[in-house]
Design a protein around this ligand. Sequence first.
Ligand SMILES: Cc1cc2nc3c(=O)[nH]c(=O)nc-3n(C[C@H](O)[C@H](O)[C@H](O)COP(=O)(O)OP(=O)(O)OC[C@H]3O[C@@H](n4cnc5c(N)ncnc54)[C@H](O)[C@@H]3O)c2cc1C
Ligand code: FES
Length: 346
Amino acid sequence: MDNDTFKARIISAERALTLPADKTLLETALDAGIAYPHGCRSGRCGACKTRLLSGEVELLPHTRFALSEDEREQGLILACRAKPLSDIEVKWLAQETVSHPLVKTTGSVAGTRRLTHDIVELRLGLEAPFAYAPGQYARLTFPGLPARDYSMAPSGRDDELVFHIREVAGGRVSAAVAQAAKPGVAVQVEGPFGEAYLREGHTRPILAVAGGSGLAPVLSIVSRAVAADMRQPIHVYFGARDRHDVYGQQQLDALMAAHPRFSRQVVLSAAKGETAFRKGFVHEAIAADIDAMAGWKAYVAGPPAMVEAVGQVCRERNLRETDLHADVFFTPEDGSRASAEAASGG
Ligand SMILES: Cc1cc2nc3c(=O)[nH]c(=O)nc-3n(C[C@H](O)[C@H](O)[C@H](O)COP(=O)(O)OP(=O)(O)OC[C@H]3O[C@@H](n4cnc5c(N)ncnc54)[C@H](O)[C@@H]3O)c2cc1C
Ligand code: FES
């Protein structure tokens, strides 16, 4: 055996792989075409949580939200953070996986419109069918720019995907989208990806929390829950900085009118002056409103700090780890790999 490679047995996929020592388990598995459950690819969301049945790995830095000390002690690892130190045998934790086929296709910008001063709605017409579960995301590549992940908002059409893209200050892709996404521009679309999708078989209350453009997947999830006649209480919390960051309220109002147990709260963390909305951080509002979450499901999408804080509140209220489904909106470190691919036209 070469010193720089090890063997992995992935029980959940019934596959054996050769692992280069300088790559993470997730990178190698995805390169080999294994549908390994994952989300952020950067140790922030916990979607790739895996039981290490034998062998040793080096765990790269990750958040406690994604993997706690206790979980590490119990033999859990994050596939996106694990580099092999020996031959290993692993089993991923995700129990349910959706079975939409992975598609690589080309979309064409059908239009954009401003939702807030820094969030743009992007509509992409598609050449090939692209099935996904509400809450999942796609990897988009605009001409000359590195690939980035964006979650699908409700679209209402089979031949069109809708995204909400927030301009991140200094960001390579998001800041360019308003300019780059002119009608007719071709965009590569790959997906669907993600584990934070609606579990339609679940019957206990739902907590759905969005920060900023995290409303895109949250709207998809709760719209589908209402359309599918899921009757349990559905509590939506939308965190934003100030009034000019609030959007999507008409869609939420329509859902509230259509579902007798639907509630929504807007919470502003940096509101200037008087406002009818609540003030403070969204996790504080949830902590004040909800005492116990055993048996609930929580779907959370938005910036890392918000997702982490909401996750903490949910755990303190006895939400099970397997019922917490989060997407952390951040560019993973292997975004640089995507940059290189885009630059080389690969
Ligand atoms: C699973 C998943 C789903 C996502 N869905 C959405 C979505 O629906 N809508 C959406 O707007 N974004 C979404 N994102 C985030 C998106 O993929 C990009 O990370 C984001 O648009 C920034 O890319 P960029 O090229 O503009 O910035 P980059 O050039 O990658 O980063 C520029 C700087 O900003 C920092 N940064 C990166 N992201 C953020 C952030 N979110 N907030 C603050 N600082 C940041 C970086 O650390 C860096 O310092 C999602 C991310 C993931 C992993
Ligand atoms: S923690 Fe590994 S994919 Fe998010």
